[in-house]
Design a protein around this ligand. Sequence first.
Ligand code: GDP
Length: 466
Amino acid sequence: LQNIPDGIVRSIEGAVARASGSLEPVVRLGVTGLSRAGKTVFITGLVANLLDRGRMGQLSAVAQGRVEAVYLQPQPDLTLPRFDYEGHLAALTGDAPHWPESTKAVSELRLSFRVRPSGFLAGLTGPRVVHLDIVDYPGEWLLDLSLLERSYADWSEAVLDRIAKRAEAGEFMAVVRAEDGSLPLDEGRAQALAACYTRYLFAAQAAGRGDCTPGRFLLPGDLAGSPVLTFAPIPRPASAARGSLWREMERRYDAYRAQVVKPFFRDHFARIDRQIVLADVLGAIHRGPQAVEELRRTMADVLGAFRPGRNGWLTRILGGRRVERILFAATKADHLHHSQHAALTAIAGALLREAKDRAEFAGARTAALSLAGFRATVEDEVMRDGVALAVVRGRVGDRTLALYPGRLPEDPARLLAPARQGAETWLEAEFGLMAFEPSRMALKPGDGVPHIRLDRAAEFLFGDKL
Ligand code: GDP
């Protein structure tokens, strides 16, 4: 190479690096779930425990000692916000530990693994690099898929029918009944309608309802206040001229579908290889049978987005691609003593099975799990009336409290069946929860942060690629 100018050598080296770089496998892992399901905490815990792998014994590449290094890299999609891993980890493990800010929009993080191959290749080739692109996005956005199949008239009618008798929709229904869609658009009134509908959606979400479309009304990202989010369902007038409220609402609804929903599915969803869907199952059990029933229906809708063929437009966009593995996980398992984890996993499994039974996920592998992205409690036993109770202990404000949440049934049907039959309360026992906060920890270098079964989740989701 002596006679070749430096610049040319550098550009040849660059080209070789780029060529080999493009051969490095990339796994795109989608992380979703409704608001407060635990996405942010899950990703933060997962990344911390992949960077420092002392607590990842169930990830086989780690157990086999093949992972030489894991590091964060600049992500490939330059226009997507980066998942604020450092900020979220600092919140959890700083001097005044607290839960990080939740997911509000789509974000991404690239983690790269340098691994030694396994099997007969082990002695023949050197280490290779595998990239894991973690894509965090709100589950609410997946529910918008149903809007693609519905005109504004159909959507309005369906929503108004469904919510007419709901207590939390009282204000909106009163406003909407006084509205006449045939009158010329008044922007002030359109904004007031949209604001009132958004208030209803937040109330419905707080009540544990899952049918909260359009998803961006709850999590607008940078679209807040734009006309594409300034519409609401209204009753169809007998006739609606151009420029009328009805026509303008319809135009905005169509723009929402074309310019907000479709780009999300095309640019992000369609590129996902592996998916984890998180659900706050314990929170729903705590709220009661109706919340569990609502969660069951919503999770079937969320998981439905992964069924190829369900939506013609999406099927065309996917062009035969599909998500290869889907993990359905009940989060915040650290509210339970480990003796009850199997029961929680069984409930998650039953919820997944129901969604699956409606239609098979065409070859995708699925599994259910219970986990904690960040374990905020420790296990303990306390004596009550001469009986030892398995409890967890954690920080609430400046106190440390013990929690015995109640006993989950071994058979998930005992929980899901009453919920389905419209029971108002659990007959057997109430199920309590506490808002534990992270405690100050002395972390050993190389050890990651405390979690429950993140290593098993990782093994299922991308262990085969390492
Ligand atoms: P997101 O909206 O899906 O991003 O939800 P977050 O990850 O922000 O979690 C919402 C809230 O649930 C947090 O602020 C915590 O209060 C709680 N939470 C999430 N994960 C865990 C966990 O692993 N253990 C416990 N105890 N609480 C959790």
